[in-house]
Write a new protein. Structure first.
Length: 254
């Protein structure tokens, strides 16, 4: 969406606060021995406290309130009573929701407890790349140039980007134009970021794979060549200068 009124800006702030706070609380609540279903149910309670409704459930009938992916799962993991979290797991939580007609989205990967399997470097790379990228976004900047920056920064650190996942416009629904804000340079893409538009910018930084493939459950995605992936995501408003990070309360840059 493009923000044209103060009321729209406030609406986006409120929806973004709900998803950001929920994400932060879920990360803090996660413990070894807990099922991803229990963590998801906790997240749904936090969202409900704001009066917010799960966006993947509303939009796609997703079988959970949030997406929780563990280890080799890249994204869209279904919360399950059978999936028990362990010390050192690489976990990704993606929280998106609707509140009073406004939609916001954010996500983060993190290592649960001690970094037993050396995932923290990948997590840090994803965070740093998102921060570097967001700082370069303003009205008039080419979308493809931001994708190029993401891939360049990933390669510098010895990682790949997932080429069939990307950020997206958001605001009055979960996915809006501009869609396919990719993590690499699509030379055919001549679009530019527009001032006052709301977009969800996300990284997909991987160790071994360049594409995500769907498992037989119809949701969960893993790498075409295995390995691990870290994702971080903020909902932002594009301006003439530094973007306004609406989901800053998730504290993923802290």
């Amino acid at each position: 969406m493009s923000i044209t009124t103060e009321a729209e800006f406030i609406g986006m702030q409120q929806a973004s606060k709900a998803v950001a706070y929920t994400l932060r609380q879920m990360i803090n609540y996660a413990r070894p021995g807990m099922s991803t279903k229990e963590l998801d149910e906790y997240g749904s309670e936090v969202l409900a406290g704001f009066g917010a409704k799960s966006a993947p459930y509303l939009t796609y009938g997703f079988p959970g309130w949030t997406c929780i992916s563990v280890d080799n799962e890249f994204c869209h993991g279904i919360p399950s009573e059978q999936r028990i979290l362990k010390e050192g797991d690489l976990i990704n939580i993606d929280v998106s929701a609707e509140l009073n007609g406004f939609w916001a989205d954010n996500g983060a990967s993190f290592v649960l407890g001690e970094d037993l399997h050396q995932h923290q470097q990948l997590v840090n790379a994803s965070k740093e790349i998102l921060q570097t990228t967001i700082n370069q976004i303003k009205g008039g900047v080419k979308i493809a140039d931001i994708g190029h920056l993401m891939e360049t920064e990933a390669k510098k650190r010895g990682y790949k980007v997932i080429k069939n996942l990307g950020g997206h416009g958001i605001g009055r629904s979960l996915h809006e134009e501009p869609d396919e804000l990719l993590n690499y340079k699509n030379r055919l893409d001549q679009r530019r970021f527009k001032k006052n538009s709301v977009v969800a910018i996300e990284t997909f930084i991987a160790t071994s794979s360049s594409y995500a493939v769907e498992l037989s459950d119809g949701w969960t995605m893993v790498g075409n060549k295995g390995g691990y992936m870290a994702q971080h995501e903020h909902t932002i408003v594009v301006t003439d200068g530094k973007p306004i990070i609406l989901t800053e309360a998730n504290e993923i840059f802290n």
